[in-house]
Ligand binder design. Structure first.
Ligand code: SF4
Ligand code: SF4
Ligand code: FES
Length: 589
């Protein structure tokens, strides 16, 4: 029988919880986190990662997979650093670790350097080391980091794993799977920014590769951005591939003219040819992305350009010097204006400076009180960047018209006015029109003075054709759909006899007897900017950031083994812009 009187066993004391981590020290700078990186005190906002914190004091931590606008994958291991709060003293990925109050970070120790070398050796294990023929040479972080952090020969004594070469992913992008380091930036971009998750990683280990989802092409309207963010030569642009070496190209700070968003761009050029647009960072406009249509919209800068002035139509057209063409145009326009049969057609592709001078000439030289609005027809629109209005400066045109008291009339009313004989002469500043088929009506005009970048339906009907320089060959300003003025800068000298619209309009004004003289786009703004400045508060004409402009190397004449003259390699002169402005003076003297 059980002993029911047995006293209960004494309760054992509850085990003491292990001591937690020490309480963080009070913030040295309240509201911020203060730490030490390579001996330098760093004060940053809470949540800032080690890579960005290091950047803020000029310390470079190399990285591949990290991108400040994408989620953190921390898979490349290039950014490993020593941190005083790391468990077990492990090296930690700087891209993933937020700085904590009072910690110490070291990026230059022997352990970190060894790890960087090891990471590069691993990434280059199966990578073809043929930088000389890689299309990304000059913009490849593998190349840059190998020279900076590795410089060790390969120890691989067996064949490299081979993967797909020149795999077309979509209309804009080609993939070389062997060059890919599987950082997954492209995968994350498609999922998180383009919101079209069309890319993924297939297979495992060293057999892994990037691919599109089964049977689907990479056809997002933003696919070109993956080429920009691929840190190595795995993703290349079908448009640019092998057309030019990037170190020969110079970059001008420009604005995309593909729609009224006005994404900030770098316009990369070689001599007088634009090769590509790349997005330029502007948090308020396009962050650092652009759409594919905008990316390819540079083509009109290179093709079918009007390079000399012409008088006469069709077979009767003959080229003549610009002042003589302007005299002829001014005479015909003056006559039509006196008879009340003149209309002006202004394109919202022209810059603010172009339109300021054009409006001045329309008002004071020709006595007009209204202008018709030309411009490209509407295109597609989405809720990210692209706007349906494919004209970069419609708001600018509206501001200028308002400033000069010019009424804006829709293009659709111009054709019927020509048909009815009310309009017998047209002065077109820019030849982009919403309905190219409607240009047929312009053949009936007695006088059609066109300032045109390209030959096209309207320019073909011109009785006087003046060669206009687009934004790659001029300085100026566009006002985007939000009313934000954005400056673009001249990349290279105007081709042939082309001149910016403002210079052509000034030449017409001179022939019409106007006393105004303009020597540069800057001069136009100085003279006329006050008329619209009230609508552009805070805008300063010289507001382009002075950094990030790149001057390429001059490609050298053939003649030596590698096409270079012995010992000769020179940068593009940086004072070319000043010379160009002097050149433009010629038309207004
Ligand atoms: S293709 Fe480029 S961006 Fe995409 S995972 Fe490979 S290396 Fe990264
Ligand atoms: S969204 Fe508009 S401005 Fe931006 S890249 Fe596309 S076309 Fe150009
Ligand atoms: S950049 Fe940090 S792990 Fe890739």
């Amino acid at each position: 029988m059980a002993d029911e009187t047995k006293p209960p066993a004494p309760a054992t004391a509850a085990p003491k919880p292990p001591p937690g981590p020490p309480a963080p020290p009070p913030p040295k700078n309240p509201g911020f986190v203060t730490c030490t990186i390579d001996g330098r005190e760093v004060v940053v906002k809470p949540g800032t990662n080690v890579v960005e914190a290091a950047k803020s004091v000029g310390v470079e931590i190399p990285y591949y997979c990290y991108h400040k606008r994408l989620s953190i994958a921390a898979n490349c291991r290039m950014c490993l650093v020593e941190m005083s709060n790391a468990p077990g003293g492990k090296l930690m990925p700087g891209c993933q670790m937020p700085v904590a109050e009072g910690i110490t970070v070291k990026t230059e120790t022997a352990r970190v350097k060894d790890q960087q070398r090891a990471t590069l050796e691993f990434l280059l294990l199966n990578h073809p080391v043929d930088c000389a023929i890689c299309d990304q040479a000059g913009e490849c972080k593998l190349q840059d980091y190998y020279m900076k952090y590795d410089q060790k020969p390969s120890r691989l004594d067996m064949p490299k794993v081979e993967k797909g070469k020149r795999v077309p992913l979509g209309p804009m992008v080609v993939l070389d799977q062997e060059r890919c380091i599987l950082c997954t930036r492209c995968v994350r971009f498609m999922r998180e920014v383009a919101k079209k998750p069309q890319l993924g990683v297939d297979e495992r280990g060293n057999e892994s590769f990037i691919t599109t989802f089964d049977g689907q092409p990479l056809d997002s309207k933003y696919s070109g951005n993956v080429v920009d963010i691929c840190p190595v030569g795995a993703l290349t642009s079908t448009d640019l591939r092998f057309r030019g070496r990037v170190w020969f190209m110079s970059s001008a700070r420009s604005v995309c003219t593909g729609c009224s968003r006005g994404c900030n761009t770098f316009l990369d050029y070689l001599k007088e040819t634009t090769f590509r647009y790349r997005p330029r960072e502007n948090e308020a406009v396009n962050q650092e992305w652009m759409c594919d249509d905008g990316r390819l919209s540079y083509k009109y800068l290179n093709s079918e350009r009007v390079l000399t002035a012409f008088q006469g139509r069709g077979a009767a057209a003959r080229d003549l010097p610009l002042p003589a063409a302007a005299e002829a145009a001014a005479g015909a326009l003056r006559k039509a204006a006196a008879g009340g049969a003149l209309a002006a057609l202004f394109s919202p592709v022209a810059s603010l400076e172009d339109l300021l001078v054009a409006a001045l000439v329309a008002k004071e030289g020709l006595g007009l009180s209204e202008v018709y609005v030309g411009g490209r027809p509407d295109g597609w629109q989405d809720d990210f960047l692209k706007r349906a209005d494919e004209n970069p400066n419609r708001r600018g045109l509206e501001l200028v018209a308002q400033a000069f008291g010019l009424a804006l009339k829709p293009f659709a009313e111009l054709g019927p006015a020509i048909e009815a004989g009310r309009v017998k002469a047209v002065w077109a500043v820019g030849t982009e029109v919403p309905d190219p088929a409607a240009a047929a009506a312009f053949a009936r005009l007695e006088t059609l003075v066109c300032q045109a970048y390209n030959h096209g339906p309207l320019a073909r009907e011109a009785t006087v054709l003046l060669p206009a320089a687009p934004h790659s060959e001029a300085d100026g300003t566009y006002v985007n759909f939000e009313g934000r003025p954005q400056r673009f800068e001249l990349a290279y000298w105007p081709r042939g006899g082309a001149r910016p619209h403002w210079a052509l309009a000034a030449e017409l004004g001179r022939a019409l007897g106007l006393a105004w003289r303009f020597q540069s786009a800057r001069g136009v703004w100085d003279e006329l900017g006050a008329r619209v400045a009230g609508s552009l508060p805070g805008f300063e004409w010289d507001s382009l950031p002075s950094t990030q402009k790149r001057r390429g190397l001059v490609p050298l004449a053939a003649g030596t083994v590698d096409g270079r003259l012995p010992g000769y390699r020179e940068r593009v002169p940086t004072d070319a812009v000043g010379d160009t402005r002097m050149d433009l003076l010629k038309v207004t003297r």
